[in-house]
Each structure stands twice: as C-alpha cells, then as structure tokens.
Design a protein around this ligand. Structure first.
Ligand code: FES
Length: 112
C-alpha cells in the first residue's frame, strides 16, 4: 500500500476542512480531511446516501455550528470523529474513513 502525501497539517489546521484529489494507478480518489480538537480525520468525499460528493463549495464540509460534517445534497449530518450519520436519509450508515498518518507537517494516507 503506497503512502500519498495529501497536504500539510498547518494548512489543514487553519482551514479546518480541506478536500483533496488523489491520482492513483487505478483512478482518482476524492477525499477530505478535518482538523478537530487537535486530531486529524480523513474520509472519502462520498455520501453513503447517493454516493455523491458531500460539498458544493470547495473545502466546505461543516454545518453552520461546526458540530457535524454535512452533506449539502439532502442535509445528512455526520459525527466529526467517526463519520456516523446521525440525521438524514442515510441514518445509521457512515462515511468511509481513510487511514491517515502525520509525519512532521505532512499528511500521509494509505490507499489500498
Ligand atoms: S447524497 Fe448526501 S444526503 Fe443525499
């Protein structure tokens, strides 16, 4: 499993959420990462409801109160730290998390 550098921790800390497009040998992957309470989380940018990207505006994944990740298509809300859907049409499902490691300022992910 190769490591991919997706970005910098410092940039993510400032932005809170950032999206990334990763080109792999088997195609493109759309991901996003979240900085919350000193921790970093990464998810596939694909809603479990209709398999659509969660966001319309670049890099925006948080709801107004910044308490949840939100899918703008039909309003589903997901917990920040594990991506569980707690409201909306995919209630009980979850976002696909991505294994992420921090080395110095680099955010590294492993993709199968
Ligand atoms: S596609 Fe996300 S809630 Fe419908």
């Amino acid at each position: 499993m190769p490591d991919y550098r997706i970005g910098s921790l410092q940039e993510l800390r400032k932005a809170k959420t950032l999206e990334y497009l990763i080109s792999t040998d088997v195609g493109e992957r759309h991901l996003f990462a979240l900085y919350h309470d000193g921790q970093v989380y990464a998810y596939e940018n694909q809603c479990p409801h209709n398999q659509m990207p969660l966001n319309w505006n670049e890099h925006q994944f948080l709801d107004h109160g910044e308490q949840y990740l939100q899918c703008v298509n039909h309003g589903a809300l997901f917990t920040l730290t594990d991506g569980n859907c707690i409201y909306g049409p995919c209630l009980g499902e979850k976002l696909q998390s991505v294994s992420l490691q921090i080395v110095a300022d680099d955010l590294l992910i492993k993709l199968p």
